[in-house]
Design a protein around this ligand. Structure first.
Ligand code: BGC
Length: 295
């Protein structure tokens, strides 16, 4: 459920892009069993980093609405831009957020899952991030003793970042990674991805080598997960709308099938924006993408 609660706050008002009622009707016809709910808490705090009520209420409403319909919900800290570049410098603020979120959702059922933080960036060292992430897990455990917590790695939660994660000693973790390889295909024309903004017309044909690359990456994640004894969620994958639909469908199907082959749960980025399986403003599904995801 990207591009809603994690959108940038407008400077002059309390902006939250709402999750609309018709989404639930569209989703009810599809076979998804969990929803990832990215939330940009850090934009909605007062000067002492207290999360403002309107935002807490908006997130709670979204969580409640999905839980009530039988979905598991993965709630995270998304786009906390200082912390994604220098987690050590922002760790106290990250912990402060998790103390508040942890307290607010402590009584929720175990179908609510927390994810520590979206995408520490490429410049963050694995050692720094391991330290901060493991402490954040401890902070969450102050109020949520048994809830499942998702942990991920550096390099934008890449598979290579996950391989460097040293998990805390905790029995209720899920490891998550994001998969957008090759970026020149999945992010061609994307304005927020400078190396790929000017690219266009790049196809993904599903050649032996292309498929092999995906399988090799997933195999590394699988081996890591067996060594650590932690199950895996593919938390984001998708190909941006600027690529041709046939290639996007081939790639999405291949990544989804590979995730299933390795036993990873998966969450597509995203419902109804630039990668979306649905139109932004109308309940019109992009059927080929839906089929690629659900078979
Ligand atoms: C970011 C989005 C972006 C997506 C694909 C997400 O983690 O939060 O802003 O559109 O990745 O690049």
């Amino acid at each position: 459920m990207g591009d809603h609660l994690e959108l940038k706050k407008h400077s002059d008002r309390e902006f939250v892009y709402p999750i609309k009622d018709w989404y639930f009707d569209v989703l009810a016809g599809l076979d998804f069993d969990h929803i990832r709910l990215p939330a940009r808490w850090s934009d909605h705090c007062d000067d002492s980093f207290k999360i403002q009520d309107y935002f807490m209420q908006a997130v709670k409403k979204a969580v409640d609405d999905f839980l009530a319909r039988g979905y598991k919900v993965v709630l995270n800290v998304h786009h906390f831009n200082g912390a994604t570049q220098d987690p050590k410098a922002y760790q106290d603020q990250l912990f402060c957020l998790w103390r508040q979120i942890g307290e607010a959702f402590a009584d929720y059922p175990d179908t609510l899952i927390f994810e520590v933080m979206n995408e520490p960036q490429h410049m963050v060292s694995a050692a720094d991030w391991n330290d901060v992430q493991n402490k954040a897990v401890e902070v969450i455990r102050e109020t949520n003793k048994t809830r499942k917590i998702m942990i991920g790695g550096v390099n934008w939660n890449g598979y290579d970042g996950l391989l460097q994660v040293e998990p805390p000693k905790d029995h209720n973790l899920i490891a998550t990674f994001h998969y957008y390889h090759p970026m020149s295909f999945t992010h061609q024309g994307a304005r927020w991805s400078p190396e790929n903004t000017d690219l266009k017309g790049i196809k993904w044909m599903g050649t032996e080598d292309e498929v092999k690359a995906i399988k090799q990456h997933f195999q590394l994640v699988y081996d890591w997960s067996k060594a650590k004894g932690i199950e895996v969620n593919l938390g984001e994958f998708g190909a941006y709308q600027t690529g041709d639909m046939e290639s996007r469908v081939r790639w999405t199907k291949c990544v989804r099938e590979t995730a299933e082959e390795f036993g990873f749960s998966f969450t597509y980025w995203e419902f109804n924006y630039g990668f979306g399986i649905c139109e932004r403003e109308a309940p019109v599904l992009r059927k080929p993408l839906v089929d690629a995801l659900l078979g």
